[in-house]
Design a protein around this ligand. Structure first.
Ligand SMILES: [Zn+2]
Length: 134
């Protein structure tokens, strides 16, 4: 009955947990320490951005590399070799992300996407967050 690899299984589990995933919590606490305040998961904005900075008109998405098909890291190669079902699904996620980003930008919001794999280097991530929010 269990036909999926451990990697897919763990991606499914983290998706079921949905909001407030571990990468998201880490990024929230980084931004807190940088001294910025934000709102969470604004449902009235395209794509329900994870972190919203209303006064700055800026939003941040925190994306898991597997589900959002991060083309710059190992998750991408792994998901490319997977069966058609996953490929179609992940490609759909990617297209949806792109259209949410475009919709937000048309509404005047600046958008930053932070990838799960960037958490391996929190120093440069912190710099990037600081630059985006300043
Ligand atoms: Zn990645």
């Amino acid at each position: 009955m269990d036909k999926v690899t451990p990697e897919i299984r763990s991606a499914i589990m983290s998706r079921i947990r949905g909001k407030n995933t571990r990468p998201e919590l880490i990024i929230r606490s980084l931004i807190h320490r940088l001294g910025f305040r934000f709102r969470l998961h604004r449902k009235d904005l395209p794509g329900t951005p994870d972190l919203v900075f209303p006064a700055k008109q800026k939003v941040i998405f925190v994306h898991g590399c597997f589900w959002h098909w991060h083309q710059k890291c190992d998750s991408f190669r792994a998901s490319k070799s997977r069966v058609d079902f996953w490929q179609a699904k992940l490609a759909r996620n990617r297209r949806r992300d792109a259209s949410n980003k475009q919709a937000l930008e048309e509404l005047g919001w600046e958008v930053l996407t932070v990838w799960e794999c960037q958490l391996r280097d929190t120093d440069s991530l912190k710099t990037q967050l600081q630059q985006f929010l300043d």
